[in-house]
Design a protein around this ligand. Structure first.
Ligand code: PMP
Length: 355
């Protein structure tokens, strides 16, 4: 095995059989029946031609994704893969690799270091403030200090939940441009942003080294379909074509995503409800004397308990699985349906009474 993989652990969010699973930031609302029917029909049409390789360029899907994002984007600006994890991996295959580096600001999405080591890219852990925020000045200074080839900005940030201001993205881009580095804004949770939190899609024009990644795993409730995508200058998609595997996006994936996009209004109708549950979690945890971070995503990061590990176990004993993200004194919970959120809050309350 390669030297740099020795001693590492694979990505491993527990997949336990519990009544209320709120640990991987999925959309816990089931796919609505009309969408299930539309997906079945599209996939069934595709099934008859599974003897042939799928459209390698998935142009119909790229056009549909561009239509969804708006901002004057066309199929030439779009790319898709099996989840945004594969998107990020392809980006590192093209722009990172041996002798190159990626900078991000920890704590952030736990897959970034694994994707770095998988592609032989040096991982540089940049710093955030004590309260996990990141200012434009600090971020730009760290980019100038390290001159990485790639910068990952996660906004809203996993696991802390808060979105970055566009001033941070602009400042990082300017600093990165001095060393011809690529800047990736991972917007996996963008659809859950609080009112007025703008997307980095608004910055793409005139910034050829900016890539904005998205996924259908969260707001679209399609984590099982594995469909991530990005928007960038056409030259970026050309670079990614050099590293993608031929026909990487199966005909079944393309059919599923197309059917989902045709029914995006029904699918995205759960977003408002999830945001309401998210805000309810923040308000209630505050009321209970805990310290939740403000969230622009479908999850809440919180501290303020004496023993986070004990609370995690108590919640599990009451059928509620949340995530211990490895940050001492903190846990992360996904906003579920109203009933799931009630189960979580009730279990938190009973923990606090027992503690
Ligand atoms: N980026 C972030 C910040 C995430 O939290 C996740 C999923 N947990 C992903 C990317 C990957 O999602 P997917 O591969 O399902 O698109």
């Amino acid at each position: 095995m390669r030297e740099n993989l020795r001693g590492m652990s694979p990505y491993g969010a527990p997949q336990l059989d519990v009544a209320v699973a709120l640990n991987t930031n999925e959309n816990t609302h089931p796919v609505p029946q009309p969408v299930v029917d539309a997906i079945s029909e599209r996939v069934s049409q595709a099934a008859g031609q599974l003897n042939r390789y799928p459209d390698r360029e998935f142009t119909e899907l790229r056009t549909a994704l561009a239509g969804y994002l708006g901002h004057g984007l066309g199929a030439e600006n779009l790319w898709a893969a099996n989840g945004s994890n594969e998107i990020l991996q392809q980006i590192l295959q093209a722009f990172g690799g041996p002798g190159r580096s990626v900078l991000t600001f920890v704590p952030t999405y736990s897959m970034y270091p694994l994707l770095a080591s998988g592609t032989g890219t040096e991982f540089i852990a940049g710093r955030r403030a004590e309260d996990f925020t990141l200012s434009a000045e600090s971020a730009a200074a760290q980019v100038r200090e390290h001159t990485p080839n790639v910068v990952f900005l996660c906004s809203p940030n996993n696991p802390t939940g808060t979105a970055l201001g566009l001033d941070v993205v602009r400042a990082v881009y300017e600093a990165a441009a001095e060393s011809d580095s690529m800047v990736i804004v991972d917007e996996a949770y963008a659809e859950f942003a609080r009112f007025g939190t703008p997307s980095a899609l608004t910055l793409l024009e005139g910034r050829p080294r900016l890539i904005v990644t998205r996924t259908m795993s969260k707001a679209f409730a399609l984590a099982g379909a594995r469909l991530g995508y990005f928007a960038a200058a056409p030259e970026v998609t050309d670079a990614i074509r050099l590293v993608r595997l031929p026909y990487h996006l199966s005909a079944v994936s393309q059919a599923t995503a197309l059917a989902a996009l045709e029914h995006k209004d029904v699918l995205l109708s759960t977003v408002e409800d999830i945001k309401m549950q998210r805000d309810r979690i923040v308000d209630d945890l505050k009321r209970l004397g805990l310290a939740p971070a403000e969230s622009d995503s479908n999850f809440v990061f919180y501290g303020g308990m004496a023993d986070a590990q004990r609370m995690w176990q108590h919640l599990l004993d009451h059928g509620v699985l949340v995530r211990d993200v490895g940050i001492p004194g903190h846990l992360r919970v996904t906003a579920g349906t109203e009933d799931e959120t009630t189960a979580f809050l009730t279990a938190v309350e009973s923990y606090l009474q027992s503690a």
